[in-house]
Design a binder for this molecule. Structure first.
Ligand SMILES: [Zn+2]
Length: 164
C-alpha cells in the first residue's frame, strides 16, 4: 500500500508561500511585501501586496524613499496587509489569521485589528526597534491579538513552470 506524501506543505508553509508569491507582484524597487489571510477553515479569503491605489499608475507616482514627503512613495503606497483585508472575498474576517513576510506597521495593525483578524504570522521582525512596530505590539497586546514568528523548516520552495 502506498502511503500519502510526507513532504507536502504544512498550512503555515502554504499560506506564507502565498504571501511571498503575492509580494512578487509588487512594483516597489526596494520592498516587496505580500500578505495572505486564511480563515479558520484554512481557506484563503484575501491576498495583497504593496502598491499604489486603483487608478494611480505605477509609472506616475514616485517609488523614492527619500526626499520631500510628496516626492516619496510613503503618502501613496498601500501596504500588503491593507490590500489583503480590502481584497478579501468576505468582509467578515473575524477569527481569521494573516500571513505576512514583515511584522505589520502600526497603520496596518489598526486595519488588522479592526477587521477582526485574531492572529498574525510573520517571517521577519527587522523593524522591531522602530516606534511604528512598538505601537503595533502595544495595540496587539491590548486587543488580545496574538502573533508568532514563522520558523521555516525548509529554506525554499521551487516552482517550475516547465513540467514534463
Ligand atoms: Zn503597513
Amino acid at each position: 500500500m502506498t502511503g500519502k506524501r510526507t513532504d507536502y506543505l504544512s498550512w503555515d508553509e502554504y499560506f506564507m508561500a502565498v504571501a511571498l508569491l503575492s509580494g512578487l507582484r509588487s512594483k516597489d524597487p526596494s520592498t516587496q511585501v505580500g500578505a495572505c489571510v486564511a480563515n479558520p477553515q484554512n481557506k484563503i479569503v484575501g491576498v495583497g501586496y504593496n502598491g499604489f491605489p486603483w487608478g494611480c499608475s505605477d509609472d506616475d507616482l514616485p517609488w523614492e524613499r527619500e526626499g520631500a514627503f510628496l516626492d516619496t512613495k510613503y503618502p501613496y503606497v498601500c501596504h500588503a496587509e491593507l490590500n489583503a483585508v480590502l481584497n478579501a472575498i468576505t468582509t467578515d474576517l473575524r477569527d481569521c489569521r494573516i500571513y505576512v513576510a514583515l511584522f505589520p506597521c502600526n497603520e496596518c495593525t489598526k486595519v488588522i485589528i479592526q477587521s477582526g483578524i485574531r492572529e498574525i504570522i510573520y517571517l521577519s521582525d527587522k523593524y522591531k526597534h522602530t516606534e511604528s512596530v512598538q505601537a503595533s505590539k502595544l495595540m496587539l497586546k491590548k486587543s488580545n491579538t496574538v502573533y508568532r514568528q514563522f520558523i521555516p523548516e525548509r529554506s525554499s520552495i521551487l516552482l517550475n513552470f516547465l513540467t514534463e
